[in-house]
Design a protein around this ligand. Structure first.
Ligand code: SF4
Ligand code: SF4
Length: 251
């Protein structure tokens, strides 16, 4: 990856504020990947459901050879290609901004060994050349930046998602292809969480699978718990991977 690799103790300079000439320049013409937890936080902040958020704000892109689509925030279709949440005063969803915006100008990668075991994170300091924030005096370590940006929960949820996402390196669709019923279920359980809740509570799902009563209660109202459950469900549904939250069908 381009950029300067940061160790735990490395320091980098950064401060973003409205007095800089580059203010608002970075929030346009982006390939901004949204992760499932980003969608949960944004749709709740905007007070709409996940279905409406997906149709209004995202592009779902299946790249050739991929087995699961990327979800990107849809930029404006004019020449500036501005982020839909950008205003003259800055980001209108700042308290709930996506993980990528929160970590910026740091990018994080996760390492897995040949056996698929996680081997920790790597970080790169990677502001674009025009970003004047990197010339400011304020110094950060990764830990201090994570705390300042209230990014710890986002980081944890993105790591969970990354662990599931890498399973899609192999084809799980059993001949149905990426437009089949199994793929639609996997997308719903990870990105369209309000639809997934309707499915859980309005079908025979909860009669067929064994789920602890206190978790069942949580799934009704707690989107983060539902998303974690959705990840576990996809693992079981597509690859038969068992987790603590859900047991195989009751006989
Ligand atoms: S380019 Fe850098 S300093 Fe300028 S607004 Fe964006 S993040 Fe802030
Ligand atoms: S969500 Fe906010 S911070 Fe992220 S690109 Fe859009 S306006 Fe900028």
């Amino acid at each position: 990856m381009p950029g300067r690799q940061l160790s735990e103790d490395s320091r980098f300079n950064f401060r973003c504020h409205a007095a800089l000439k580059c203010f608002n320049q970075c929030c346009r013409n982006l390939n901004l990947f949204l992760y499932p937890y980003d969608v949960v936080r944004l749709k709740n902040y905007l007070n709409i459901d996940s279905d409406a958020f997906i149709s209004q704000y995202v592009d779902v892109v299946l790249r050739p050879g991929a087995h699961f689509p990327d979800v990107l925030l849809r930029m404006a279709e004019d020449t500036e290609k501005r982020c839909p949440f950008l205003t003259d005063k800055g980001c209108s969803v700042y308290p709930e901004r996506p993980d990528t915006c929160r970590r910026f100008p740091v990018e994080q990668g996760l390492i897995y060994d040949d056996q698929g075991q996680p081997g920790g994170a790597v970080h790169f300091f990677k502001p674009p050349d025009f970003c004047l924030g990197q010339k400011e005096d304020t110094e950060w370590t990764i830990a201090a930046w994570t705390q300042d940006q209230e990014a710890a929960t986002y980081n944890r949820m993105t790591e969970r998602w990354a662990a599931l996402r890498r399973l899609f390196l192999s084809n799980p669709w059993q001949g149905e292809g990426p437009d089949g019923a199994r793929a639609k279920m996997a997308f719903m359980a990870t990105y369209n969480i309000d639809r997934f809740r309707q499915f859980l509570f309005n079908s025979s799902f909860l009669k067929r699978y064994k789920i602890k009563p206190d978790l069942k209660k949580k799934l009704k109202h707690n989107d983060t718990a539902l998303l974690r459950f959705g990840f576990d469900w996809v693992k079981l549904y597509l690859w038969g991977i068992k987790t603590k939250s859900i047991r195989a069908p009751l006989k």
